[in-house]
Design a binder for this molecule. Structure first.
Ligand code: GLU
Length: 492
C-alpha cells in the first residue's frame, strides 16, 4: 500500500434518497478509512442542476447519519457549514476551479472548443455507422487555434469543451483493487465533453479535478463507473497528475439478478428505516454484499468490521440482495435488544399508526414487548401485534363470518363470556387463559376448530392471527368482555 495518507470519499449526486447500493459504497469507504486511520470525505456531485436538490442532499446526509457513517470532511447537516480544509465540498461551489483546469487543458492542447451542432453530430454518427466505422466524434474544430475559438464564443456561438482522446492510440491498464488488471483500449471512447455549452462541467471532469485536489488516495465505487474510469485516467494523464488507486465493487442485484427494482420492495435506506429495519442490521447486511468475514461470520458489529476490513476481501462477483436474509438478520438484532430498548424503538411506530395503548404503563410496555420480541422481524411487525391489543381497532373481520355461522359458535361464546365474567382479577396469566378454554371445551363439548376459532374471533375479530395465549395475558378482562359481547351481539 502507498505511503500516502489514506483519504477516501463518498460522492453522491443528490437526486433522491440514499440507495442501498450507494450506502454500500459509502460504507466500504468509511470502513477502509477507519481501518487505516485515514479520512472519510463526503463530496456532493451536484453539477446536474436539473436533478440535484438541497432537499435530497439533506435526505442523503440524514440517511448516512442514521447508518452511523459519520464523515470527517464535507458539508454538515445544518446546510450552512462545512468541515475540512479541501472545500468547498459541493461541486456547484467549485465551478471556477473546473474552469481553470479546463483552461489549462485547452492551453496545453489536450482539449478544444467544439462548435458542432447536435444535428451535425447526429449526421456524422449515422454516416460512420453506415460506413461500419466507430461512431466517435470527429470534430473539424479539433485543431483550431484557441484564440480563434474564443472569438467565436464571444460572438455568441455555442460551443463545448471536448477532451482530445482520438490520438491516444494505446491500451489503458488499470490495476483495480477488486478486479485485478482491467484493460481498456483507448478507442473505447471518443472526444468526450468536459464543459457543456452552458459552461457546466460534466461528472468525469469534476470527479478527477476534485479527487486530485482533495488528495483522494483510493476510489472505491460501483463497477458501473468502470467506463468512466478510462476517461478519468485520460484526464489524469493529460494533467500529469498521479492516479489514485481504484477499486470497482460489483453491482447490487435483486434476486432475479437484475438491477434492484422498487417493484420488489424497498431500495433506499430511508424506506428500510420506515419499514422498521435497524441501521445496525442493514449495515451488517450491506457489509456482506461484496465483502466476507474472514471467519465466515454472518452477524458482527460495525466495530468488528472496522478492525477486520481489508480491500482484499472485496469480491468482484455480483452481490444479490436477499430480502429474506435481511429480514432474518434484522430479527436477530431485534432479539438482541433489551426490552426497554426495543420498546423505545417500537413505540414511535405504534404512535404513528395511531394505536391507543397504555403507553405510560411501562411495566405493561416492557412485558408486552418481551412477548412480541421473539415474533418480530421488523419494528413494523410490532404494529400488527399491538393493533390486536387496541380496543378502538377491534372489528369483526369479514373472514370471521363462516365461523360465526357454525352451529356450536353461540354456545362456545356464551360460555367464554360467562367464564370471563366470573374470573377474579383484571388480567389473565397464560395458564388461566388455557384453563378457561379447557372449561369451555368440557362444558360445551366443542373441540378443535369449533372451539378455538370462535374464541379467536371473540378476541381478535378473525379466526387466524397471533396466538391467543400470547395476546390474552396482555389484555384486560374489561376489554375481552367488551369484545366477546360485541361478537355475541352480532349473532343475534
Ligand atoms: N456521483 C457519482 C455517483 O453518484 C459518484 C461516482 C464516483 O464515486 O466517482 O454515482
Amino acid at each position: 500500500m502507498s505511503q500516502k495518507k489514506i483519504r477516501v470519499r463518498f460522492a453522491p449526486s443528490p437526486t433522491g434518497y440514499l440507495h442501498v447500493g450507494g450506502a454500500r459504497s459509502a460504507l466500504y469507504n468509511y470502513l477502509f478509512a477507519r481501518n487505516q486511520g485515514g479520512e472519510f470525505i463526503l463530496r456532493i456531485e451536484d453539477t446536474d442542476v436539473a436533478r440535484s436538490t438541497e432537499e435530497s442532499l439533506k435526505m442523503v446526509m440524514s440517511d448516512l447519519k442514521w447508518l452511523g457513517l459519520n464523515w470527517d470532511e464535507g458539508p454538515q447537516s445544518d446546510g450552512q457549514t462545512e468541515i475540512g480544509s479541501y472545500g468547498p465540498y459541493k461541486q456547484s461551489e467549485r465551478l471556477d476551479i473546473y474552469l481553470d483546469v479546463a483552461e489549462e487543458l485547452l492551453k496545453i492542447g489536450k482539449a478544444y472548443y467544439c462548435f458542432m451542432t447536435d444535428e451535425e453530430l447526429e449526421i456524422q454518427r449515422q454516416k460512420f455507422i453506415a460506413e461500419g466505422k466507430n461512431p466517435h466524434v470527429s470534430s473539424p474544430y479539433e485543431n483550431w487555434d484557441l484564440e480563434k475559438a474564443k472569438q467565436e464564443l464571444k460572438s455568441g456561438r455555442p460551443g463545448v469543451v471536448r477532451f482530445k482522446s482520438q490520438h491516444l492510440k494505446k491500451d489503458y491498464i488499470l490495476n483495480d483493487l477488486v478486479r485485478g488488471e482491467v484493460r481498456f483500449p483507448s478507442d473505447m471512447v471518443g472526444d468526450f465533453v468536459l464543459l457543456r455549452s452552458d459552461g457546466m462541467p460534466v461528472y468525469n471532469f469534476c470527479c478527477v479535478v476534485d479527487d486530485h485536489l482533495m488528495k483522494i488516495s483510493h476510489v472505491l465505487r460501483a463497477e458501473e463507473h468502470l467506463p468512466n474510469t478510462l476517461r478519468q485516467m485520460m484526464i489524469y494523464e493529460a494533467m500529469s497528475w498521479e492516479f489514485p488507486l481504484f477499486g470497482h465493487i460489483s453491482l447490487v442485484l435483486d434476486e432475479d439478478r437484475q438491477k434492484m427494482s422498487k417493484r420488489r420492495g424497498a431500495t433506499s435506506c430511508f424506506q428500510f428505516k420506515e419499514e422498521g429495519y435497524l441501521p445496525e442490521a442493514l449495515l451488517n447486511f450491506v457489509t456482506l454484499l461484496g465483502w466476507s468475514h474472514p471467519e465466515q461470520k454472518e452477524i458482527f458489529s460495525l466495530e468488528e468490521t472496522i478492525q477486520l476490513f481489508n480491500v482484499n476481501r472485496l469480491h468482484p462477483s455480483g452481490a444479490v440482495f436477499d430480502r429474506v436474509k435481511l429480514k432474518w438478520m434484522n430479527s436477530q438484532y431485534l432479539r438482541a435488544l433489551s426490552n426497554e430498548d426495543l420498546w423505545k424503538k417500537t413505540e414511535p411506530f405504534l404512535k404513528a399508526a395511531n394505536l391507543k395503548l397504555p403507553y405510560e404503563d411501562k411495566q405493561w410496555a416492557f412485558s408486552s414487548i418481551a412477548v412480541f420480541k421473539t415474533y418480530m422481524e421488523t419494528l413494523v411487525d410490532g404494529v400488527t401485534f399491538y393493533t390486536a391489543l387496541d380496543d378502538s381497532k377491534f372489528e369483526i373481520k369479514p373472514e370471521a363470518s363462516e365461523v360465526l355461522a357454525w352451529e356450536p359458535t353461540k354456545v362456545v361464546l356464551s360460555e367464554w363470556a360467562e367464564l370471563l365474567k366470573v374470573h377474579v382479577g383484571e388480567s389473565f396469566t397464560e395458564a388461566e387463559f388455557l384453563k378457561i378454554q379447557e372449561v369451555v371445551k368440557v362444558k360445551t363439548g366443542a373441540k378443535g376448530k369449533n372451539l378455538f376459532q370462535p374464541i379467536r374471533v371473540a378476541v381478535i375479530g378473525q379466526p387466524h392471527g397471533t396466538e391467543l395465549k400470547i395476546l390474552v395475558p396482555l389484555m384486560t378482562k374489561t376489554s375481552l368482555l367488551k369484545r366477546a359481547s360485541q361478537v355475541l351481539a352480532s349473532l343475534k
